[in-house]
Write a protein that binds this ligand. Structure first.
Ligand code: SF4
Length: 348
């Protein structure tokens, strides 16, 4: 099976995603994923435009064919190049060609990737190394580095592909064995899910399984440790929470985060999320919030700055407040650490 840059990238985000793409699973409409795609495409188009400015006619090839005619090439920049070698495929964002200096020396080719984000990740570097690997196979020559143009300032980072090649090959090996087998990888929700076209599908499956990955923030190590103890679901984890009195000597220290407490809150349906798609939904979710608040005795708001109290006061003045409801507010620098806090009662 061919490994495309699309599958390679998907695997780096999540093995399940690469599996679903390879099996042709139908994608669902995910507005955020679509927005990210459009943002990246716009950024790439702008980047290519900036690079091609100042080049003479014939020095820039836009959307060329796969055959770039290397021997007689006179271009300096080519964009959107379909690159296929044996079992690999990519559409390289751009290639920079530096002509030879001196007779008999081959021209240098450098693949370029455009990344809209200001902060680069290892994934971005591995992707440019993947492009470098394909180009080296197609051109049958050594290509040791690639470039990433990224961020608001269109900064350039040179990536030494040779350093990452070992890792690229390792990932390609893992993808091959995953995709040639019949067993799908374990479904684990992760940070990439909001920007993934399979988000809804995977969430439904995770809820059906009551999977531990529904608890965002739990690391792979923590999940594996719980699995080894036979705890596989959120409900099972929720029964492990034991509230304990904190010894005096550690009262000033930050309370440990308990995944089991969150699991308990989910089991007892004490977590709520309210969502507005636009300003027109603001009043609706405020009323839903007020309704929820009315079901709690002595509600307490724990917050870091003044944003939450200001927000609540503004909403009250905008849409009205329920009768006889008092919200006790605790401002603290550390949630659960109440030694140095300011308290006030917001009457709403
Ligand atoms: S939604 Fe999440 S778990 Fe599902 S394929 Fe996408 S990244 Fe993976």
């Amino acid at each position: 099976m061919n490994i495309s840059a699309h599958i390679f990238e998907a695997y780096l985000h999540c093995p399940t995603k690469s599996w679903l793409i390879s099996r042709g699973e139908v994608v669902e409409n995910n507005v955020y994923a679509e927005w990210v795609r459009e943002k990246n495409q716009d950024y790439r188009a702008n980047g290519i435009k900036r690079l091609s400015e100042g080049l003479q006619a014939g020095e820039f090839k836009a959307t060329p064919s796969a055959n770039l005619n290397l021997k007689t090439a006179s271009w300096k920049l080519a964009s959107e190049i379909p690159a296929n070698s044996k079992e690999l495929e990519s559409s390289i964002h751009a290639i920079e060609r530096t002509p030879t200096e001196g007779r008999g020396k081959p021209a240098q080719f450098v693949p370029i990737r455009f990344v809209a984000n200001n902060k680069l990740t290892k994934l971005d570097k591995l992707l440019v190394a993947f492009d470098t690997h394909i180009l080296a196979e197609i051109f049958k020559r050594q290509i040791s580095c690639g470039k990433i143009i990224h961020g608001d300032g269109f900064s350039t980072l040179k990536v030494k592909a040779s350093v990452l090649m070992c890792e690229v090959r390792k990932v390609m090996g893992k993808i091959s064995s995953l995709l040639t087998g019949d067993i799908p990888p374990d479904l684990i929700l992760n940070r990439h899910c909001p920007a993934c076209d399979y988000q809804r599908r995977c969430r439904v499956k995770a809820i059906e399984k009551d999977d531990l990955s529904l608890l965002g923030g739990m690391t792979e190590k923590e999940r594996k440790k719980l699995n080894s103890k036979g705890i596989l679901t959120v409900t099972q984890l929720s029964y492990t929470f034991r509230p304990r009195r904190r010894p005096k000597r550690v009262r000033d220290k930050r309370e440990k985060y308990h995944h089991s407490l969150k699991a308990l809150a989910i089991r007892e349906k004490k977590m709520h999320s309210l969502w507005a798609d636009g300003p027109e939904d603001e009043e609706k979710i405020w009323k839903e919030f007020v309704k929820l608040l009315a079901t709690i005795d002595n509600p307490v708001l724990i917050h870091y700055g003044s944003y939450e109290t200001t927000f609540i006061k503004t909403m009250c003045s905008r849409y009205g407040a329920p009768c006889n409801s008092k919200l006790h507010s605790i401002q603290t620098s550390e949630v659960f650490e109440t030694s140095e806090v300011s308290r006030e009662k917001i009457t709403i």
